[in-house]
Design a protein around this ligand. Sequence first.
Ligand SMILES: NC(=O)C1=CN([C@@H]2O[C@H](COP(=O)(O)OP(=O)(O)OC[C@H]3O[C@@H](n4cnc5c(N)ncnc54)[C@H](O)[C@@H]3O)[C@@H](O)[C@H]2O)C=CC1
Ligand SMILES: O=C(O)CCC(=O)C(=O)O
Length: 426
Amino acid sequence: MSEMNLISNEQENLNPYEIVQTQIDHAGELLGVSKDVLDILKKPKRVLYVSFPVKMDDGSTRVFEGYRSQHNDAIGPTKGGIRFHPEVTMDEVKALSMWMSFKCCVVNVPYGGGKGGVICDPHEFSEGEIERISRGFMEAIADIVGPERDIPAPDVYTTPQIMGWMMDTFSRMKGQFSPGVITGKPLILGGSKGRNEATARGCVFAIEEAMKTLNKPMEGATVAIQGFGNAGRILADLLAAQGCKIVAVSDSTCAIYQPEGLNLRQVEHLKDEETASIQDDPDSHVLDRPEDLLGLEVDILVPAALENVITLKNANNIKANIVAEAANGPTTPQADEILFKKGILVLPDILANAGGVIVSYFEWVQNLMNYYWSEEEVNGKLREQMVRSYHEVHTLAKQHQTDLRTAAYMISIQRITAAMEARGWV
Ligand SMILES: NC(=O)C1=CN([C@@H]2O[C@H](COP(=O)(O)OP(=O)(O)OC[C@H]3O[C@@H](n4cnc5c(N)ncnc54)[C@H](O)[C@@H]3O)[C@@H](O)[C@H]2O)C=CC1
Ligand SMILES: O=C(O)CCC(=O)C(=O)O
């Protein structure tokens, strides 16, 4: 990490595509891999831009834009979620697809990385409009996805129901039932038991191992979580079940804090109410600025929302012992360097949130076999894969006296390089 020497007074670069390129260069340099290899890894193989018309409820037609990026398919078909968010950009989707490649490799899932995004805020639309946007996007990308080509999944503001509509659209277009084209589906359409909780559950397994590394008990550990959706909310429940005290959570509207521990049932109930919000929780107080959650004195900090939240500006304020990145790309390279110097153990996104794609892989395998596993079997295999990967990364980081992110990239780059060599690409 010390070689990075990235801290400067210049304004920080927050472009996620350039950030992932910096991360690749840094790990590649430590590994001594050739420039040819790095040149391949630093660009996605294919990025599709699409625009598609959608009939709105008021009879008007609106044109939506989106992207699907496929980074590297040396090891297998590309894989990764689809995000519906007003701030989606092509560079963001490219970066997310690249993080997917390294994520799949570090946990030994035989996929390359892909990612998609539609520029929209689903909160503005009716259910029928969201269905038509989902079907329209799948129709627009159908030529480049498929069970053996590229397999989407849920991400920010997309749901199992959306995966179901997309699967249906693809199956109708191809004239055959194709559950393996997408994962994170409703169970009745070939979804896997445990997929909905998998990102959070995998992150808990990584946190447990990290706490053992630090000789700290889970019981009583304090936790702050930014983001209260699929990843953050389920993490709160699972960590509370391990005896952790969830003292703060936030969503896109505000952050709430209760040093004695939040009443999670109450907060969840408010989150589910159409007419209420977590800020109505009578037993906690709303932080002046939502980002103040990041600087709370807690054992475990979990960014579980969007990119670039721990930056040069606030990294020095982070007081947690562990930062567990349930979100993709929450920490910038410059912030990473500061956290490393402060002795904070960062569980990097490509490891910490890999539970989602691990169980997506299990879902795809079950779809291809048309034979389905119990939840215990899924969770047991997930635990095995997360624990083994954590220790591989941690051991390498110790050997190289570097941070876990760099070690995770080193493992992934070695594996992708071996596949590219075996295929004769380099
Ligand atoms: N869903 C999955 O299987 C996986 C998700 N991830 C990552 O986890 C992160 C969260 O995704 P999901 O939980 O799936 O999305 P989600 O749509 O279920 O939830 C997103 C949550 O973030 C909150 N949020 C949005 N903007 C925010 C802000 N500025 N500050 C605080 N909270 C904010 C929303 O209110 C919502 O509670 C993303 O980075 C995603 O890429 C990573 C691996 C797998
Ligand atoms: O489940 C998957 O295939 C990918 C989930 C995802 O988008 C991610 O890990 O960031």
